[in-house]
Design a protein around this ligand. Sequence first.
Ligand SMILES: [Zn+2]
Ligand SMILES: [Zn+2]
Length: 342
Amino acid sequence: MKAMVLNKLCNLEENDTPLELTNLPDPIPGEKEILVKVSACGVCHTELDEIEGRTPPPHLPIVLGHQVVGRVEETGGRAGTHKLGDRVGIGWIYSACGKCSFCLEGNENLCNDFKATGRDINGGYAQYITVLEDFAYPIPDTFSDLEAAPLLCAGAIGYRSLRLTKLKDGQNLGLTGFGASAHLVLKMAKHKYPNTKVFVFARSEKERVFAKELGAVWTGNTEEEAPEKLHCIIDTTPVWKPIVEALRNLLPDGRLVINAIRKEDVDKEYLTQLDYSTHLWMEKEIKTVANVSRRDVSEFLQLAAEIPIKPEVQEYTLEQANEALVELKTRNIRGAKVLRID
Ligand SMILES: [Zn+2]
Ligand SMILES: [Zn+2]
């Protein structure tokens, strides 16, 4: 099969063709696995982190890609959930042990044996992929293959962050930072919790206007105080100031959910402004979001079909994967980037 393979970590500014078109043997499904003929694979920021070594794959060469859509081409001897020809999606979670306490409670995203698609195991920048049948999800008919691919990552993680807030309908939700993931969360929140008011903190005027268009009742700059105290806030920024400011806006028993893989050190001294009585007292909680569970991916796909959430897509061929990555890095962003693979 054709695959775009990462052989060596590098900086994309020095090497704009980190992936090499390679002929690999077709993968063979194990007993409980399916072989999927890939038709679309989304291109994600995490791939930049893998190539540039911030989230390095444990072994090379590796095929990247964790927003995979395709059709079942073959099933292993003991696999029976999906039928030949069924359309399925595969997300960031490739597998987990299935036996530890986290796995048994449905939090397999926290499993010590968590394996990521396209980092720990070959991913979707290829014509074929194998996966355990329980880690592939039916794709609702509402979406084309290309539209479904980008939903398998940011949307599912956004869904998990909303779930972790434990928000109830009618309670106040805050969002600090308003990029791609937060605007999906706003759409989900409006749909799932019609009586909830959403307050958005964002630095850029453009983002604040966009948040209002999508139904936020109030928008302000990061350090502004919302007109009402909030039951929970989701932070999607890469820095620290929004953490401190968000805590100030929480009600007693309020919860801050941080949906960021890492925080930069640029403004870390802002944390010294943390005042126990203003920011933490009264049983306020802080929680982070790590990876996704299967439940998040499949529930989000259903929700996205109901709302509906249809991503705007910019299409590339498999061979153009390097181009798509460089354009993502240089923030040449017009919709979600997706490889069409045949
Ligand atoms: Zn991703
Ligand atoms: Zn486990």
